[in-house]
Design a protein around this ligand. Structure first.
Ligand code: 13P
Length: 248
């Protein structure tokens, strides 16, 4: 039985004040039993968020990390530094990193390796563009991204995969629960073929315009084990409604 996981990817948003008030809202009221919840702020806000979440069940992750553990990589942050700070997760291969920073599957694979070595749990993102879906290429593209990022890794026990169709991110368009389930089934089948991965134990999150009003239908699908939430994770009431849908 896979425990549902709901992760907020705050992207490049927030100030010290807005984060205080967001976490105040998120951490007030009883914690929802049975669902794991995590938030991923920017690097600079990690110490603040870790301190505010310390007494709660909410865990914390980063949105990226370096492909190296130390050295002359100006501007980069090593996974060991994130682990030492208290981070549990790191999002890797997000489509915004692929699109704006030219990240390749090979670079994502290198990041996955060092993240696992540092003791972090990678949340590896995959997803096709609208053009690729319309060309009937979605499953081929996503399987290739997954194999490219995971092949050759020694141990993938801590792995989480997030399916985020690029056309659904920040657009208000969501994959239908059936489209998402179909792809998640394909991802699980692909994981079966990758050495070191435990396909049945790996949690597969859906991401792309997840909101309070579509979350329950997505979570009802057998291969959807939670969500990676962008915009709706920035409002406490919206994020809490998604967490509640996971627990229902
Ligand atoms: P939105 O929920 O804003 O569409 O963002 C999804 C996402 O990219 C999460 O990583």
């Amino acid at each position: 039985m896979r425990q549902l996981l709901v992760v907020g990817n705050w992207k490049m948003n927030g100030s010290r004040a807005s984060i205080n008030s967001l976490l105040d809202g998120l951490l007030s009221g009883p914690a929802v039993a049975g669902t794991e919840v995590a938030v991923c702020p920017t690097y600079v806000h990690l110490p603040q968020v870790l301190a505010l979440c310390a007494a709660s069940a909410m865990t914390v992750g980063a949105q990226d990390c370096s492909h190296m553990q130390s050295g002359a990589y100006t501007g980069e942050v090593a996974p060991g530094m994130l682990a030492e700070l208290g981070c549990r997760w790191v999002i890797l291969g997000h489509s915004e990193r692929r699109q704006y920073h030219g990240e390749s599957d090979a670079l994502v694979a290198a990041k996955v390796a060092v993240a696992i070595e540092a003791g972090l749990q990678p949340i590896v993102c995959v997803g096709e563009t609208r053009e690729q879906r319309e060309a009937g290429e979605a499953q081929r593209v996503v399987s290739a991204q997954l194999k490219g990022a995971l092949q050759g890794q020694a141990s993938l026990n801590a792995l989480v995969v997030a399916y985020e169709p690029v056309w659904a991110i920040g657009t208000g368009l969501t994959a239908t629960p059936e489209q998402a389930q179909e792809m998640h089934e394909c991802i699980r089948a692909c994981l079966e073929s990758i050495d070191g991965a435990d396909a049945q134990a790996t949690r597969l999150l859906y991401g792309g315009s997840v909101k309070a009003d579509n979350a329950a239908q997505l979570f009802a699908q057998p291969d959807i084990d939670g969500a990676l939430v962008g915009g709706a994770a920035l409002q406490a009431a919206d994020f809490k409604a998604i967490i509640a849908a996971a627990a229902a």
